[in-house]
Design a protein around this ligand. Structure first.
Ligand SMILES: *Cc1c(COP(=O)(O)O)cnc(C)c1O
Length: 231
């Protein structure tokens, strides 16, 4: 069973790696510029261990309870929180997450900062950018990004690392990722160290790499389809 799963994960990792290498070549970029974040939400810790043994170091989760449990079992890797963070969960998330991808409001920056300070940690934050006004998938409006970034950059326990976005549903991701690229460039003008761009999932990693992504968040293509609820 576990040997089968190990072989399955090794094969899907090889496929994702191949896609990433080809996308980097097409974009004239080095493979090392892009972190492959394995989004392991809903999958058991045994899968995380197998992927770690295959060389991955960073894992993405989107529910605090599940993530906190996995991080307790396996503290020696980088846990990224890729989902919306409720303010009352911020302190918990700040105690184990290396990177929080969905900073979308000032109150969350404050709460993460308090939690990180209390835990004696530094948490990297990415400002989530809303790429489509009609899209309900969250994030700060592009015009609100500079102020939120300035706030995060000045708070103890946080390190502003860049931006993140989810491509709008049912649209060509390329123009959306191009808008994200512009927002990221604007942010770097004010905060040169905030150079990360988290974009691209199983279905659109090529477009994201073409638009400058430095972190791709891959679930389904690595681990298979999540059983319901698919989120
Ligand atoms: C689940 C999730 C992913 C992974 O999506 P796949 O399509 O399964 O690769 C990436 N980013 C976020 C924010 C997610 O919630």
């Amino acid at each position: 069973m576990s040997a089968d799963r190990a072989a399955e994960l090794a094969a899907s990792l090889a496929e994702v790696e191949q896609r990433l290498v080809e996308a980097c070549v097409a974009a004239g970029r080095a493979r090392e510029e892009v972190l492959l974040l394995a989004v392991t939400k809903t999958w058991p810790l045994s899968d995380v261990l197998l992927l770690r043994d295959l060389g991955l170091q960073a894992f993405g989760e989107n529910r605090d309870q599940e993530a906190a449990g996995k991080a307790r079992e396996l503290p020696g890797v980088h846990w990224h929180f890729v989902g919306q963070v409720q303010t009352n969960k911020a302190a918990s998330v700040a105690a184990y997450a290396s990177v929080v991808h969905a900073l979308d409001r000032p109150s969350l920056a404050q709460a993460l900062s308090r939690g990180a300070a209390k835990a004696g940690r530094t948490v990297e934050v990415l400002v989530q950018v809303r790429l489509d006004d009609a899209d309900g998938r969250g994030g700060a409006a592009p015009d609100d990004v500079p102020a939120l970034a300035d706030l995060a950059a000045g708070l103890p326990g946080l390190r502003l690392a860049g931006v993140m976005a989810v491509a709008p549903l049912g649209q060509d991701p390329a123009p959306a990722f191009a808008r994200l690229h512009d927002v990221a460039a604007r942010l770097r003008a004010d905060h040169p160290d905030a150079a990360d761009v988290s974009a691209g999932m199983s279905g659109d990693l090529e477009q994201a790499v073409a638009a400058g992504a430095t972190i791709v968040r891959i679930g389904t293509a690595l681990l298979g389809r999540r059983s319901p609820p698919a989120r």
